[in-house]
Design a protein around this ligand. Structure first.
Ligand code: GLY
Length: 356
């Protein structure tokens, strides 16, 4: 099935491919056997994904000659923490995984972050292969090498950059997603549309998704690949990918991570669009169109948390640098820019966006 997959190359050093298509899971083992000399793979997954896909991936790896160990941790953003990381690292050590072996992240964004971070620090770095099983991880988090855990002080505050060795996105996995989890990924894809691709945004506006999921994932990944190639460590342009995330991360933190990432980002996108429009930073009225598109895709367009609570949480965001914070703002659908604002202006900025 890999022969019929769409392939997007990410030209980092070293480069890697993202494979997108139907029926890929069972072929991952044989493809990895061609790519790698290692013969021990540790599959990291969570309690939601394991019953669905772990057997298929493990069987494929074993058939291709790999010795396979697997570790399952409890699903959920609230488990993206030191305790889970420590459990994974101890597991890898117990299994005698060596630096020449590989880790496979099988799951959504939390699994990708946890397994990726463990791969980045276990024995100072082993290869990590990402197998995203949610739309959110397919369109965004499995590509680009960001890995992290949450700290008490905020979201994703400890982590490493580790580009994956390969990404296998089997679109069949998306068929088992519930509507809310699918909507989570739609939020990140709509974000990509606002950033660079009005046509992609319009697909979500029209609800024209049937038969287009591979194409949508490929469009999002191709855009992200270009950004990551130009700015792997987020010194500049990559900050654009955080559109909606400063407020979104604040919403997640204020909710003690009970509001899912994509839903929080959706509210963040709507809020930042209203703020930008109110401040005269947009080239044309766009906030209404963005909110309508998000709502059409069963996503929230505001939050009940106060501007004060959100501003306090956002002030601890890692997009802050000294007394300033860099925020991605939309100019129109398909074009965004970065604005540096003083930390003291976060409160009025968010307030402007909460006033619907
Ligand atoms: N999710 C944003 C990034 O990877 O930079």
């Amino acid at each position: 099935m890999l022969n019929s997959a769409r392939i997007i190359s990410v030209n980092t050093a070293p480069p890697y491919n993202v494979y997108v298509g139907s029926g890929l899971l069972s072929g991952v083992g044989s493809r990895l056997a061609q790519m790698l000399t290692c013969r021990h793979a540790a599959v990291i997954t969570d309690s939601n994904v394991a019953p669905l896909y772990l057997g298929k991936v493990v069987d494929g790896l074993k058939d291709a000659g790999f010795a396979v160990s697997s570790h399952i941790f409890p699903a959920g953003e609230a488990n993206k923490n030191f305790e889970t990381l420590s459990g994974i690292l101890e597991f890898l050590a117990q299994q005698h995984l060596t630096r020449s072996d590989c880790i496979i992240a099988l799951g959504g964004g939390v699994v990708g972050d946890m397994a990726g971070f463990a791969a980045g620090c276990y024995q100072r770095g082993v290869r990590c292969i990402q197998i995203p099983t949610t739309l959110l991880s397919a369109v965004d988090s499995s590509v680009g090498g960001k890995t992290a855990i949450n700290l008490k002080a905020g979201k994703n505050l400890a982590g490493v950059f580790l580009q994956p060795t390969a990404v296998f996105c089997d679109t069949d996995c998306l068929q088992t997603l519930d509507a809310a989890t699918f909507a989570d990924g739609a939020a990140e894809a709509i974000k990509t549309g606002i950033l660079c691709d009005e046509g992609l945004f319009s697909l979500f506006e029209r609800g024209d998704l049937t038969g287009r999921i591979s194409e949508i994932i490929a469009r999002c990944v191709a855009y992200k690949a270009g950004v990551v190639e130009r700015d792997e460590k987020e010194m500049g342009e990559r900050k654009l990918l955080n559109l909606g995330h400063t407020v979104g991360h604040a919403i997640e933190a204020c909710s003690s991570y009970t509001i899912p990432h994509g839903h929080a980002v959706a509210a963040g996108l709507a809020i930042v669009a209203r703020s930008a429009e109110t401040l005269g930073w947009t080239a044309e009225p766009i906030a209404g169109r963005i909110a309508d598109c998000l709502a059409q895709n069963a996503l929230p367009v505001t939050t009940d948390f106060s501007a004060q609570a959100l501003a306090a949480a956002a002030a601890g965001d890692k997009k802050r640098s000294g007394s300033e914070i860099t925020i991605a703002v939309p100019r129109k659908i398909g074009a965004c820019e970065l604005k540096k604002i003083p930390v003291s202006d976060i409160l009025p900025f968010i307030q402007a966006g909460l006033e619907v």
